[in-house]
Design a protein around this ligand. Structure first.
Ligand code: SF4
Length: 483
């Protein structure tokens, strides 16, 4: 039976609703902390069919579709998977997503598609994220990915930044006939996907495979080149690029601003993750390539980067790995699933705790973190209750490594180098609803515009920017567009 989106299928919804969830297995914590391999055990085809058959095919617009930032047609995909039509299901995802195998792995599903699944009201939600990753992995193994491009239109686009937004924009532009070159300050493409997300969450081979496919569309890459420093946006326009898309992300680690922050042994989250997760040939030229190891590791922060650092520390054979967070677990912004995995793997948490000083030993290296207990006061501007220090509650935690995972700020380099590109708040680039900046021919999107968000929202911005750039360049070619 063919499911046409919007159709009401003749299925037994009650039976589907009562089908118990598949016990989705992760590798055992004792085994997975011994390596950096992915934690999730992939579905077998039979398991995928079973799990997808739990979807009750909600009528349009299904809650999961609305909750997905790129509005993947999840019910149609679930229907096809339940019928064993994996390659057809993969096509559904490719219509709306440029990175389905990656989003299937790293989206915070519990807050997006799976969080809105009606099955989740009485059982586990349908595992739509893992099923998305499954069908794309299956397609890569047994199917054929459409790598065709149309006749060149004769115009060139420069993309600055090769993370999820830049890669998605590149794919979409090349599929419209544009010649695309990506510039990145790092030696390899991938941005956050390669340098920011550990292998145990997103296997680097998955990223390499997707980059390889996008390269086969005709992409050129210029690494080790920082736009705004080594070359300006005007240089790109003067070199003959007809449009520029700025997708530089947010890479500046937020500081802690307490005494001892610059001691040896205190690291920024980005440096800690790159040095412990990335192999030598991918190393940025300005970074020490040695791994960072210690016995007692303290990670400060409550987001996904904090979970990634904790889980990396466990795998680097630390004896004690502790997360310090100034509010309670309820206010933590990071994924609950990642936190659960970190706890299973041996990380411990000190909630309502704030570091006040990093203390050195006689050799000048970090040896202790002085902390203070907090309690929750009145809500602040964000609506979350403000943490307030409890006077006299200071205590000491032993630590030879501290990692600051406090969030990210934008890099001001491009905005400062080009006064025609309007920026605001700490250097975020101003872009309108079409991703156009204040400078003619220059577009921007992803975290560099919104501040740190998700891989899937960065990807969505890249696809939207590609459509806007296409319209802009068609007009430059003299094509009159209908309103
Ligand atoms: Fe869910 Fe993310 Fe896939 Fe959308 S892109 S269906 S939110 S996993």
């Amino acid at each position: 039976m063919q499911r046409i989106p919007g159709d009401t299928l003749d299925i037994n919804r009650k039976k589907r609703a009562q089908t118990p969830s598949l016990e989705i297995e992760d590798r055992l914590p004792t085994l997975r902390i011994c390596d950096f391999e992915e934690v999730r055990i992939p579905f077998t085809p039979e398991q995928a069919m079973y799990e997808a058959s739990r979807c009750i095919e909600c009528p349009d617009p299904a809650a999961c579709v609305r909750a997905c930032p790129v509005n993947n047609d999840i019910p149609s995909a679930m229907w096809l998977i339940s019928q064993g039509e994996f390659l057809e299901a993969a096509k559904i995802y490719r219509e709306t997503s440029s990175l389905p195998e990656i989003c299937g792995r790293v989206c915070p599903h519990d807050k997006l598609c799976e969080g809105s699944c009606v099955q989740g009201k009485h059982d586990d939600p349908v595992a739509t994220g893992a099923l998305e990753a499954f069908v794309i992995d299956y397609e890569r193994k047994y199917g054929e990915i459409d790598l065709s491009v149309p006749e060149p239109v004769g115009q060139k686009v420069a993309i600055v930044g090769s993370g999820p937004s830049g890669l998605s924009a590149a794919e979409q532009l090349m599929k419209r006939g544009y010649q695309v070159t990506i510039f990145d300050s790092k030696p390899q493409m991938g941005g956050l996907l390669l340098y920011g997300i550990p292998n145990f969450k997103l296997d680097k081979n998955v990223v390499y495979d997707r980059i390889e496919e996008i390269c086969q569309l005709g992409l050129e890459f210029v690494g080790n080149t920082m736009i705004g420093k080594d070359k300006s946006v005007d240089d790109l326009l003067n070199e003959g690029f007809d449009a520029v898309y700025l997708a530089v992300g947010t890479w500046v680690d937020a500081p802690m601003d307490i005494p001892g922050e610059n001691l040896p042994g205190v690291y920024k989250g980005t440096e800690y993750l790159i040095r412990n997760n990335v192999c030598d040939d991918l190393f940025p030229k300005d970074l020490d390539p040695n791994t960072i190891t210690g016995k007692k590791i303290v990670v400060i922060g409550g987001g996904d980067t904090a979970s990634d650092c904790l889980r990396t520390a466990v795998r680097m054979e630390a004896d004690e790995v502790t997360c310090i967070y100034r509010r309670t677990e309820n206010e933590m912004p990071g994924s609950a699933k990642d936190r659960k995995l970190a706890m299973e793997e041996g990380a411990s948490y000190q909630f309502l705790t704030q570091p006040v000083k990093f203390i050195a030993n006689e050799k000048g290296h970090l040896s202790k973190v002085e902390c203070i207990r907090m309690e929750l006061g009145e809500p602040d501007a964000s609506g979350r209750r403000r943490p307030v220090a409890v006077e006299g509650s200071n205590f000491i935690l032993e630590a030879d490594i501290a990692v600051l995972a406090l969030g990210y700020w934008p890099d001001e380099t491009i905005g400062k180098s080009d006064p025609d590109i309007e920026t605001h708040k700490w250097g975020l680039i101003v872009a309108d609803e079409n991703q156009a900046t204040s400078k003619e021919g220059v577009f921007a999107g992803g975290d560099a515009v919104t501040g740190p968000q998700l891989v899937v929202t960065a990807m969505r911005a890249g696809r939207k920017a590609a459509a806007s750039i296409d319209r802009y360049l068609m007009q430059k070619r003299g094509i009159v567009l209908e309103e």
